[in-house]
Design a protein around this ligand. Sequence first.
Ligand code: SAM
Ligand code: SF4
Ligand code: SF4
Length: 334
Amino acid sequence: MLDTLARPLRDARISVTDRCNFRCVYCMPKEVFGRDFAFAPREELLTFEEITRVARILTDLGVEKVRLTGGEPLLRRDLERLVAQLAAIEGLRDIALTTNGSLLTRLKSRLLADAGLRRVTISLDSLDDETFRRMNDVDSPVERVLDAIEGAADAGLGPIKLDMVVMRGLNATSVVDVARRFRNMAHIVRFIEYMDVGNTNGWHLQDVVPGREIVELIAREWPVEPVEANYFGEVASRYRYVDGAGEFGVITSVTKPFCQSCTRVRLSATGEVYTCLFAGKGRDLRSLLRNGTPDSEIRAVLANIWQKRDDRYSEIRSEATAALKKVEMSHIGG
Ligand code: SAM
Ligand code: SF4
Ligand code: SF4
């Protein structure tokens, strides 16, 4: 099944909550996501059974990989129960999780791995504790995330992808430190250009550190060379250290968009379907899931959404599009 730009449907990002215990400055700034912020009420969140039902229909339509995200997905109690339900879907080849790592204890990693989770991506914006706390803005220590990385690897959830959003003037100085720490390890650091997701993070182009500059910073320490993509639709441009110390990736959504190979659909925690991270509006599925609509009809709705899809936001991004009304990352699922 192809969209209007001939892109197949392959991956689903499923948000399980719009809440988070962090207030990362680039995602959920405190001034907006404060005490009075109205998060989705519990009854509006899809149940694990509803999520599994949508995932099953999506798999039938071509999805091979599901990634659980949020908000912070580990705030959702017993997430391993959902993983077990997803793992039972025939044809679904891969189940992954993106987390800030702060709640990923050794026990949790083991429970998730036992339930069928294959891989985990952990966000890590700096190794410097002070910078890390300034980025998450809730005083959460970096040590806890470093422990989580180790625990997840021990539970068999590796090699782990470590995602670092790079912001000029905030954590750009941590790029080389992070690269150094994970050289010679199986984990793969991916440096992400700061994006204009949503409307609350006060995004300005001058705060973006272009991928090219990130690669130059690293190459000044250790010579690097580009590596071919692993598969169609891989978002990170890969680089390897010439000395054999492994590889890293750069995700250049701003300076070198990859919409042409974007094969992702997103399901928000409250059951809306989005075909682009920068969309303004989603298609409500929750009411269909809750009013007795049969699978065949939900399948037809999803197929129709994908076949009409023409999103390529990053290719047409400008200061003007940045100001358009867009859904927040914590809602749509990053
Ligand atoms: N809370 C989990 C976490 O932080 O890993 C999962 C959800 S979070 C929205 C998913 C990813 O989106 C994180 O790696 C985060 O760094 C990234 N992200 C959030 N806002 C971003 C932005 N404005 N630009 C680039 N990446 C962003
Ligand atoms: Fe929370 Fe993840 Fe957003 Fe940070 S990036 S505020 S951890 S959802
Ligand atoms: Fe996909 Fe939209 Fe990002 Fe382009 S801007 S890569 S279509 S999510």
